[in-house]
Write a new protein. Structure first.
Length: 355
């Protein structure tokens, strides 16, 4: 039988062991909870007794459990549909860690009315980054939802100031304007908007058909203009070629005429020199009493008669002066005989029939 005093000591010993064990477990839990490891490019906002205390940096941090508590924020994640089909959906949940990396939001399509009252669908991408976690937690209740609504309203305002054609051709201008407006508005929330990109701009089906017709008409117009420009250039080149050909032909005719004239001039000079030499010979042969001119005229006359006699015509008309020329030739012969000199050669007179 166990003595009551011994039993009492055993119970007290077990209770002390339980308390010690519980204390060790509590201390261990406090130590484990007190150590917080924060990943790179992440941060945690710590509140002490409901009031902002500090922001944990990347690495190992120590907090006091129960007293210090991380502040949760609402965050939205894009996840693929597990059923497939390429669909995505957004999941909103509470998180303790704030991601400091650049985040991209793909906003769903929305209807926007342009300045010329055309309703179009626009899908935008927004790239932003949290630069001040404290303001991102305490200045706005739901940061992703606020950024989405701000982007949608700003996009409606910007597109509403532009017509359809300007909207379709000025994506860079729209992106720059949206980024500037959103960055200024989101600065209060500790958010930096880096880029805004318009993915799709979808006009109504009727507008797209009209745009396609306009595009085809514009392409046909450009084709006709290019064809006309080609014909024009070809005509200009052809005319220029003909002009160059005419110029070259004229230059050739000019050179040929010049060479022909020079040849005739040289031939005339040589003939004149030859006649001068003949005249000199006649003068030397006739002397002072004769007339060399009459001799040369008679010679030319006889040569002409010779050409006339060689003509295929049956009838040759002799001028009346032919007898006088023959008489002159006879007188010259007598003159040469009287002088005792040699008689110059006289071309034979062809037989002709006088009429």
């Amino acid at each position: 039988m166990i003595h009551p005093q011994v039993l009492s000591c055993g119970l007290e010993g077990n209770a002390a062991l339980v308390v010690l064990t519980a204390f060790v477990v509590l201390v261990t839990v406090i130590i484990v909870k007190g150590f917080r490891i924060v990943q790179q490019a992440e941060t945690v906002v710590i509140e002490r007794l409901g009031k902002y205390h500090k922001t944990l940096a990347s690495g190992v941090n120590i907090i006091i459990p129960i007293i210090d508590k991380p502040r949760e924020i609402t965050w939205r994640y894009v996840e693929s549909d597990p059923r497939g089909g390429g669909l995505v959906y957004y999941r909103v949940r509470k998180v303790e860690r704030i991601d400091l990396r650049e985040t991209v939001y793909d906003f769903p399509k929305q209807n926007v009315i342009t300045k010329d009252n055309v309703t179009i669908e626009i899908n935008a991408l927004l790239y932003f980054q949290i630069t001040d976690p404290v303001r991102a937690v305490y200045e706005i209740a739901n940061l992703p939802d606020a950024i989405e609504k701000l982007t949608q309203t700003t996009m409606r305002n910007v597109i509403g100031e532009m017509d359809l054609d300007h909207t379709l051709s000025s994506r860079d201008h729209i992106n720059t304007k949206l980024r500037a407006i959103l960055d200024e508005a989101a600065d209060k929330w500790g958010v930096k908007v880096n880029r805004v990109e318009l993915q799709d701009i979808n006009p109504p089906a009727a507008i797209r058909e009209d745009m396609e017709k306009q595009m085809r008409a514009e392409r046909e117009r450009r084709a006709n203009v290019l064809q006309a420009e080609g014909f024009k250039a070809a005509a200009i080149l052809k005319a220029e070629g003909q002009r160059q050909a005419y110029i070259q032909e004229a230059e050739g005719s000019k050179q040929a005429a010049i060479l022909s004239a020079e040849g005739k001039a040289e031939a005339t000079v040589r003939i004149a020199n030859a006649e001068a030499q003949a005249m000199k010979i006649v003068m030397d042969a006739v002397g002072a009493k004769g007339d060399p001119v009459q001799y040369l005229v008679a010679v030319k006359y006889i040569e002409s008669l010779k050409e006339m006699a060689a003509s295929p015509q049956k009838t040759v008309f002799m001028p009346v002066e032919a007898s006088a020329v023959m008489g002159s030739l006879g007188a010259l012969k007598k003159m040469f005989d009287a002088e005792g000199g040699s008689t110059p050669p006289v071309p034979p007179v062809p037989p002709v029939r006088r009429v």
